[in-house]
Design a protein around this ligand. Sequence first.
Ligand SMILES: [Zn+2]
Ligand SMILES: [Zn+2]
Ligand SMILES: [Zn+2]
Length: 151
Amino acid sequence: MTTDSAQKIEINLINALEDRGLRKTSARAAVTQRIEAAGDAFTAEQLCRELPEVGRATVYRTIRHLVDAGALCKLPILDGAPMYSVARVEHHHHTICSRCGAVGEFRHSTVERVMRSLEKEIDGDIVGHRMEIFITCNQCLADNAKGDSHA
Ligand SMILES: [Zn+2]
Ligand SMILES: [Zn+2]
Ligand SMILES: [Zn+2]
């Protein structure tokens, strides 16, 4: 797949919270550090389990603030709780493995052109769009092939 060379943005999650007027507390720092260290998409429940010392309400509230700040993407999942992933490029779309939940980011100029051309056909002003493509990732395909050969 050819993708645009999207501009990478350095995300500092705790700064994103402070920009929203939230004090840096040890609980919030624990949440943001955990998210930054994971590097993978996660559900709020997973984060709560990994951070038993942080209250559930704090975990959920911190996630919501980070989503509002644009630092986290909230990803709908076909069946199950939404997942969250760190937004590493400014405008992007997602691939989500429907088996293992692995999340990828992509940008494609053709997609953006199609979206712009839709503007003429849609009543009103488009103020944004989102797109998630559900896939079976290569890892899951490989695991599946392995499973088949043993069957
Ligand atoms: Zn994203
Ligand atoms: Zn997968
Ligand atoms: Zn787009």
